[in-house]
Write a protein that binds this ligand. Structure first.
Ligand code: SF4
Length: 367
């Protein structure tokens, strides 16, 4: 993160939990509520591109919902451009113009707007939230962005349900880019596209970011896509509602230190990121499905966080090949990686830009 850039978004100890006593949680032992986010803090600077990765249910999408006002946090503070915001304030025109969300739900939301043609969805938006950073605006500008994302003029006269999944993603990206907002929270924005289209759109988003100073929080389950998009920037890794490592995305695969991140990176070639003989989150999900639960993103998040409730200090304790006695007694803080040997006596992995690198694990930090 550049030192001279001002903070754009600040998240301070965001907490979110779901569930009621005797409901879904009764299946797992009767806890009252399951944490989906357990004290997430994060700062994003103006124009910064940051990535967020982790498995389904790790809390990435819940965090995106809370930042963009789709859901309200139970506790914690959100500052956008130095102003404390709530989900109600996120509805103000200034924030709606400057903080845009691109996600699967947005694509589905477009499909649920059967009465509006695409040209209405584009031109109405640019009329309501005209860019304020220069002369480019109006319908001509909207047409230009529409073409840049790979949509054709004939798409303008169609209705959202007449578009393919990939075309809807292009439309959602066009609607975000044409406003030239301060921040785009993009949650799996190109998942329905083939590799060539995906690369072209990611490059376009990056180009807009550079040209118009747009910051991104780029969320994907696929660390390789995050690394491609974020480049030299930071990437946070989430597990069970917490950010457990922040590292330069360039070093994500080779230089990560947290035991979970290392397993997650290995999982790009292995069927499961967890050691044999341990309780696999996917297995628990299957058990839940067997009990006729619907696998919505919110419920998946509940499942992963349930693991954390077994060991509230370190949520990865159950599966951690490096755990020690202390991990049961204290919660590891997310701190800059240490230069001293690890508790195992091994040298820590020290990337060049060590100041970016933070880990929530006793082995790799001075705590
Ligand atoms: S704090 Fe302990 S249990 Fe948690 S990741 Fe580190 S070694 Fe493993």
């Amino acid at each position: 993160m550049s030192a001279e850039k001002r903070p754009l978004l600040e998240l301070n100890e965001i907490v979110k939990s779901y569930g009621e006593e005797g409901g879904l949680l009764g299946l797992f032992g009767g806890h009252k509520r399951i944490p989906a986010l357990s004290g997430v803090s994060l700062t994003l600077s103006e124009g910064e591109i940051m990535g967020l990765t982790g498995e389904s249910g790790s809390g990435k999408s819940v965090l995106a919902h809370i930042i963009t006002g789709q859901e309200r946090a139970d506790r914690g503070k959100i500052l956008f451009k130095d102003r404390i915001v709530t989900s109600v304030e996120l509805e103000t025109p200034t924030i709606k113009r400057n903080l845009r969300y691109v996600s699967e739900e947005i694509f589905k939301g477009l499909t649920n707007e059967p009465k509006y043609r695409i040209d209405h969805l584009i031109y109405d938006l640019i009329k309501r939230y005209p860019p304020t950073d220069g002369n480019l605006g109006g319908t001509a500008w909207a047409d230009q962005v529409f073409a840049l994302v790979g949509l054709k003029p004939e798409h303008m006269t169609r209705f959202p349900h007449q578009l393919s999944g990939g075309e809807k993603q292009r439309l959602a990206i066009a609607r975000a880019l044409m406003l030239r907002p301060k921040l785009i929270v993009a949650d799996e924005p190109v998942s329905n596209l083939d590799v060539a289209s995906r690369t072209a759109l990611l490059n376009l988003m990056k180009q807009f970011g550079r040209q118009y100073g747009i910051a991104y929080l780029f969320i994907s389950q696929d660390p390789a896509i995050v690394r491609y998009f974020v480049g030299e920037g930071r990437c946070g890794v989430m597990f069970a509602g917490r950010i457990i490592e922040i590292i330069s995305s360039r070093n994500l695969f080779e230089q990560s230190n947290h035991p979970y991140t290392k397993l997650l990176m290995k999982a790009t070639t292995a069927p499961s990121p967890l050691p044999a003989g341990t309780l696999d989150p996917a297995e628990l999900l299957h058990q839940a499905e067997d009990q006729s639960l619907t696998k919505t993103p919110q419920e998946i998040s509940l499942q992963a966080s349930e693991f954390a409730s077994h060991h509230p200090n370190c949520p990865f304790y159950n599966w951690c090949p490096e755990h020690v006695e202390r991990c049961l007694q204290e919660a590891p803080q997310l701190l800059t990686v240490s230069k001293r040997p690890t508790l195992n006596g091994e040298p820590p992995r020290l990337p060049e830009n060590i100041e970016l690198h933070k880990v929530a694990c006793f082995h790799y930090t001075d705590q």
